[in-house]
Design a protein around this ligand. Structure first.
Ligand code: 13P
Ligand code: SF4
Length: 300
């Protein structure tokens, strides 16, 4: 493994490349990343990097987002099979049909969508800023796609009624209230932190509802020493590394995102060697999708 890591580092320097990795990636990918973060942090880093090449260790929509924001860079996804089953529930065609039924509605799309869906939307959001994005809207009618559980959470926080697309993340939907309650019985002093993609019955059991980056920031600053984490257990590697004196328990060890685990060190090396697999977005789609992303990034 050390040889692969050395070779990745050498090629990265040679190509002026940066490795961006999501918090759910395999430990060895997290350890080699130049930047590790949630969807919002990865988008912001992709938008401002001066590297020539971005190796995106995450899923397809994340690489597309980087390509939309940084058209002058080469964006590589080490395995094109890394997709997002929730993003795949919605096509641009189906969104156009929904918009026809609600012609006055403003469309908010979660970042977990294809570039084509973003291009049909007015504003994008991530789990870090979804509440602020919806709060910023003056329109009476709001379409929110494609996560019905995130939509439910936003509605509760903002009091706004949303027209939803009934998609959800199989990983987060796989975390059941019983999983959290079982861990709480085993670790009664733990704080329960869950992701807003979880179902409402799980959110009801949480002390905090946060994006993956929000989780990393929160556990550092609180005095609590034990945490039950309701999201993909891949994040536990970072949480433990950054907080060696604190204890972390996955709400469910089984509920993990297999797409996020497809990328390996060998694939990253192949990607940098062969400059594969390039993710590109057709210019007309890119320009429209960028408007939705820029409007989100302006919110801060
Ligand atoms: P964040 O890391 O942005 O919170 O999102 C989680 C997720 O499911 C990414 O696909
Ligand atoms: Fe998609 Fe869920 Fe995997 Fe995130 S965790 S990439 S939302 S399937």
């Amino acid at each position: 493994m050390a040889d692969i890591v050395d070779e990745v580092r050498r090629l990265k320097a040679e190509r002026n490349a940066i490795i961006l990795a999501h918090n759910y990636q395999l430990p060895e990918i997290q350890d080699i990343a130049d930047y590790l973060g949630d969807s919002l942090a990865l988008s912001r880093t992709a938008a401002k990097t001066d590297a020539d090449v971005i190796v995106l260790c995450g899923v397809h929509f994340m690489a597309e987002t980087a390509a939309i924001l940084s058209p002058d860079k080469k964006v590589l996804l080490p395995d094109l099979d890394a997709g997002c089953p929730m993003a795949d529930t919605l096509t641009a065609e189906r969104l156009r049909e929904l918009k026809k039924k609600h012609p006055k509605a403003v469309v908010v799309c979660y970042v977990n969508t294809s570039a084509a869906v973003k291009a049909e939307s007015d504003i994008c959001c991530t789990s870090s800023n979804a509440v602020e994005v919806v709060e910023s809207l003056e329109e009476d009618e709001i379409i929110f796609v494609p996560d019905m559980y995130l939509a439910d959470y936003i509605s509760r926080k903002t009091g706004r009624e949303l027209i939803v697309w009934e998609g959800c993340c199989p990983t987060h939907a796989g975390i059941k209230p019983g999983d959290v309650l079982r861990q709480k019985r085993l670790h009664p002093r733990s704080e329960v932190i869950v992701h807003p993609e979880c179902m409402p019955e799980v959110i009801d059991l949480a002390d905090e509802v946060l994006s993956t980056e929000g989780m990393c920031t929160h556990v550092k600053k609180t005095d609590t020493r034990e945490f039950i984490i309701g999201t993909d257990p891949g994040i536990l590697h970072r949480l433990r590394k950054e907080n060696p004196t604190k204890s972390f328990y996955a709400a469910s060890e089984e509920s993990l995102c297999s797409d996020m685990k497809i990328i390996t060190l060998k694939k990253v090396l192949h990607s940098l060697r062969e400059m594969e697999y390039m993710v590109e977005v057709p210019e007309d789609v890119r320009v429209k999708a960028k408007q939705a992303l820029d409007r989100m990034l302006e919110i801060g």
